[in-house]
Write a protein that binds this ligand. Structure first.
Ligand SMILES: Cc1ncc(COP(=O)(O)O)c(C=O)c1O
Length: 395
């Protein structure tokens, strides 16, 4: 199968009407939000066309998504998804919010590993929980000592941003929950089974509930292996959110799955019925087709992303040798350490203003984000090369 990242021209992409292509003016090269520059995988397109042709546009049915996810998880990770422990949700972040509502109370501390996907701050603080940061190490790994401190005190070591966040004073209760990003956005870290086992042991000791956002799970690149969080022994009280949305570029087709560990199924069953009304039927059809019949496409994508991450290393070496990029193990996101460029806390501002290329500003990802920017490499080698050329021109 040919590389899906080499199939769309810039002219074709600019005709798209999604956020990636409409937020910035037409002279800006968009390398920011997590949409990929790929056509739909053929099995997904065929399933959606068939549904439209048949007028199959009624309400969604969650069971087929559970079955498809179970099949994919079994083939790729040797892990099974039990229907009695799964619930359909509109998307991953809606699922995160609903699960946190089930297992935490207003004012509770929710730990995140900064720098991390910005909505982790907004969504958690908007529901009245306190975001507490346990920053990753400089190498992007989970720092167990920092995590233990955050779990035990319910106070972070970083300077959390956003309403409701901040260096909240410890209230003596410790943290209630831990929102794990696995694989990690923006660093692309694929947490190892051993790291996840250590996290699980710590969470058990501290009575902290773990919610794993595994939206990037199918995107472990060659050399890395994703470990489904609920396959780790001791995760019976934890939850996972999974979706085909990132790996097959289906963000506009709303659907995702919440999965509970064996001892958390009762809690998941208390999720309000209205949550299951959010996913779209066409979303379920698209995601199910991807999970059932999208393996070959995914394999070709992963090979293309592997090429792109090597290309990015070469391009940075040639045009921007001061930028730190330790490659990444998973996702289509590259986390660039631009502190050597002298562009201040927000290098993406200079890239945008002077280079006309849009990256996501590092500070949006919380503590550890200053001086960094996130670059989306889910695109063609030509566009990636043009992006780095524009970044270099801005310096
Ligand atoms: C870690 C992570 N979680 C959640 C999302 C958003 O997922 P959804 O659109 O299903 O809410 C993203 C999107 O990029 C993400 O990177």
């Amino acid at each position: 199968m040919s590389n899906p990242l080499r199939q769309c021209t810039l002219d074709e992409l600019r005709r798209r009407t999604s956020a990636k292509w409409r937020v910035h003016p037409g002279d800006v090269l968009p390398m920011w939000i997590a949409e990929m520059d790929v056509p739909l995988a053929a099995p997904v397109a065929e399933a959606l066309h068939a549904a439209i042709d048949a007028g199959d546009t009624g309400y969604a049915m969650g069971d087929v998504y559970t079955e498809a996810l179970d099949g994919f998880a079994g083939r790729h990770w040797g892990w099974r998804v039990r229907p009695e422990r799964a619930a359909i949700v509109p998307d991953v972040m809606a699922g995160v919010v609903e699960i946190l509502k089930l297992i935490t109370s207003p004012g509770d501390a929710v730990v995140v590993n900064s720098p991390v996907y910005p909505p982790f701050y907004e969504f958690v603080s908007h529901m009245g929980r306190r975001v507490v940061e346990a920053p990753l190490t400089e190498e992007g790994r989970i720092d167990l000592d920092t995590l233990a401190e955050a779990f035990r005190t319910g106070a972070g070591s970083g300077d959390a941003r956003g309403p409701g966040a901040g260096k909240a004073a410890a209230d003596g209760r410790g943290a209630a929950a831990y929102l794990l990003c696995s694989p990690h956005n923006p660093t692309g870290t694929v947490h190892t089974a051993a790291e996840l086992a250590a996290v699980t042991e710590l969470a058990g000791q501290c009575g902290v509930r773990v919610v794993a956002d595994e939206i990037h799970a199918p995107l472990a690149l060659p050399g890395a292996r994703h470990t489904p969080y609920l396959s780790v022994p001791g995760t019976e009280r934890a939850f996972s959110l999974m979706s085909a949305s990132k790996a097959w570029n289906l963000a506009g087709l709303k659907a995702a799955m919440a999965v509970a560990g064996a001892d958390a199924a009762d809690e998941l069953s208390r999720m309000p019925e209205e949550v299951s009304h959010g996913p779209s039927h066409l979303g379920v059809i698209g995601h199910v087709a991807a999970l059932r019949h999208g393996d070959a496409w995914l394999e070709a994508l992963l090979a293309g992303l592997d090429e792109n991450r090597r290309l990015l290393s070469k391009l940075l070496e040639r045009h921007l040798p001061e930028v730190g990029y330790g490659s990444h193990e998973g996702t289509f996101l590259a986390w660039l350490d631009c502190r050597g460029l002298g562009l201040g806390d927000d290098p993406a501002a200079a890239f945008l203003e002077r280079g006309r290329v849009a990256l996501i500003p590092g500070p949006a990802f919380g503590t550890g984000g200053a001086g960094h920017a996130r670059l989306n490499i889910g695109t063609s080698p030509e566009i990636l090369e043009e992006a780095v050329r524009r970044m270099a021109a801005a310096v």
